[in-house]
Write a protein that binds this ligand. Structure first.
Ligand code: SR1
Ligand code: MG
Length: 408
């Protein structure tokens, strides 16, 4: 029986998604032979790929359910789908070429329809196959500088910026980040999920370190109160679709106005996970050294290119009068870099201790190697948080990673 779409929301099956594409989208011909597969592997949503087997034309329908896929403990407003479609529209203008094309948003079914990027690969998956993407550092820094700096009070008219702050208030998804990134990993929270061989290390080096805990408290307030830039909000390598000459950033449903370094730090941490994966899963030899070096250099380049592009765009686009005072842009950028380092550190800790893990680490089959890999992440993470005032160059980030990896 054909699904009749009423004025009420329901979560779709693959068959419903086909019917939806046929009757609601106006994208496919009447004669189309549509098939559908649910391909989502994230923690929150359903992702349907609908293909016309005759023409090869395809689209993605992404639907927000009322609870998270990872656990129904997380009850989430499907309004996140509106946030995602609106920010993708905006980022399409701010950073052309770096986000998928949006075809539409349906506020009743809480779904959005977008370009199918099946000729790209999820970056985390590609890095786990030890692929290299030499253009990534250039692409991601253009995307980040454009989306982050162009949405600040430095560039935007202040009342317009405040309108965006209002439009992208995202309390439920922010609460997930506040809990899962800033709070739960730093105490013995029931929801944490710690690999048994790593637990003693966490107790001794993370939970017992009062100075570290104090820094996480300061950082949580910074995350909650610094409405600096319109963030992607969850910029890990699973939110990047990539191929040799193209990078597309997807899944900005955690978007809100927060500290710019939150996005940059997430990229750095997730490349570090890939580096640690290569170190602990590849055979000793040239291929492993090359992969580790490629990832280390990518991290270094991202920081240094971000700085250069940030200053350039600032000089071209700043409209705020006081932004021109001598020394101010350097002061502002140094704060973004401090946040970058701190957030990279928090992400490195929370993906090991908290509920939401990354495949880079969980797929390390040898238990001893996995525990060693996790201790590297925690050690680098803690240093990124504690030493954040002095990490101002790409080489500083790369050095801490190198020193730690070589020690385990
Ligand atoms: C309940 S959601 C868990 C994690 O998945 C998302 O991708 C975010 O990273 C979030 O913290
Ligand atoms: Mg996501």
């Amino acid at each position: 029986m054909e699904t009749v779409f009423t004025a009420e929301y329901f979560t779709m099956t693959e068959a419903d998604a086909v019917e939806y594409a046929k009757t609601r989208l106006g994208i496919f011909d009447q004669s189309a032979e549509l098939t559908c597969k649910e391909i989502g592997d994230g923690n929150l949503n359903f992702v349907f790929k609908v293909v016309d087997e005759l023409s090869g034309k395809s689209v993605i329908i992404k639907q927000a359910g009322p609870v998270a896929r990872i656990s129904d403990e997380f009850k989430l407003s499907p309004d996140r789908n509106r946030i995602e479609s609106e920010i993708l529209d905006l980022q399409y203008k701010l950073a052309p070429g770096f986000v998928p094309v949006m075809y539409g948003y349906d506020p009743i079914m809480n779904c959005c329809v977008m370009e199918d990027l099946s000729d790209h690969e999820i970056m985390r998956t590609a890095l786990l196959k030890y692929k290299k993407f030499p253009l990534f550092a250039d692409h991601i820094t253009t995307y980040m500088v454009n989306t982050l700096l162009l949405t600040t009070d430095v560039v935007m008219e202040h009342k317009e910026k405040k309108e965006l702050v209002k439009r992208f208030i995202n309390p439920e998804l922010c609460e997930i980040t506040e809990d899962l990134v800033y709070t739960e990993p730093f105490f013995d929270c029931e929801r944490n999920d710690i690999f048994p061989a790593t637990r003693a290390f966490v107790v001794e080096n993370i939970w017992s370190d009062k100075e570290l805990l104090l820094e996480t408290a300061k950082l949580k307030q910074e995350f909650m109160t610094n409405a600096q830039s319109l963030l992607h909000g969850d910029l890990h390598t699973g939110s990047v679709f990539i191929k040799e000459d193209s990078t597309k950033i997807i899944d900005p449903e955690f978007a809100f106005y927060g500290p710019a370094g939150y996005d940059v730090g997430n990229v750095i941490a997730n490349l570090t996970f890939a580096l640690v994966n290569a170190k602990f899963t590849m055979e000793d030899g040239d291929a492993r050294d090359e992969q580790v070096e490629y990832l280390q250099n990518t991290i270094l380049d991202i920081i240094d290119l971000f700085k250069v592009k940030f200053i350039k765009v600032w000089e071209e686009k700043a409209t705020e009068r006081t932004a021109g005072y001598e020394g101010f842009k350097e002061h502002y950028l140094a704060n973004v870099l401090k946040d970058t380092s701190a957030v990279a550190g928090l992400e490195l800790c929370r993906r090991i201790i908290g509920i939401a893990h990354v495949k880079d680490i969980t797929t390390i089959k040898d238990g001893k190697k996995r525990a060693a890999a996790e201790k590297v992440c925690l050690t680098v993470g803690k240093r990124f948080i504690m030493e954040r005032d002095s990490l101002m160059e790409g080489a500083d980030f790369a050095r801490i990673i190198k020193e730690t990896v070589e020690n385990f």
